[in-house]
Each structure stands twice: as C-alpha cells, then as structure tokens.
Design a protein around this ligand. Sequence first.
Ligand SMILES: [Zn+2]
Length: 62
Amino acid sequence: MQTVCCVCQKTKSQTGWIHRQAGKEGKISHGYCPDCFHRTMELAQGWLLARNNGNQGLALGR
Ligand SMILES: [Zn+2]
C-alpha cells in the first residue's frame, strides 16, 4: 500500500518522500508527509487562534 501526501502528492518510499507520477500502484492511502503535516498543524493552530480571538471579540462586544 502506497501512502501519498494529499497536499503535495509526494509518495512515501523506502528512501523518504519523493515526487512520483500517480500510477498503477494499486492501493493508495492518503496522508501527510512530515513537511505538510507540520505546515497543516501550524495552519490549524492559526485557525484556532483566529477563531478564539474572534470569540473573545464577540464576548467583549456584548
Ligand atoms: Zn506533502
């Protein structure tokens, strides 16, 4: 089973994450490569912070 990063489309191989043409490999599992995992986590934290700030703003506005 191949693991393909759903963000940058890299494929996990024995030597690491590499770009490869989507092919006839059969089963594919979508996931995150380490780079995109970190980036997504940072984005998610940013969204959470922004949302929390928004809630605080609403609460203060009342
Ligand atoms: Zn990636």
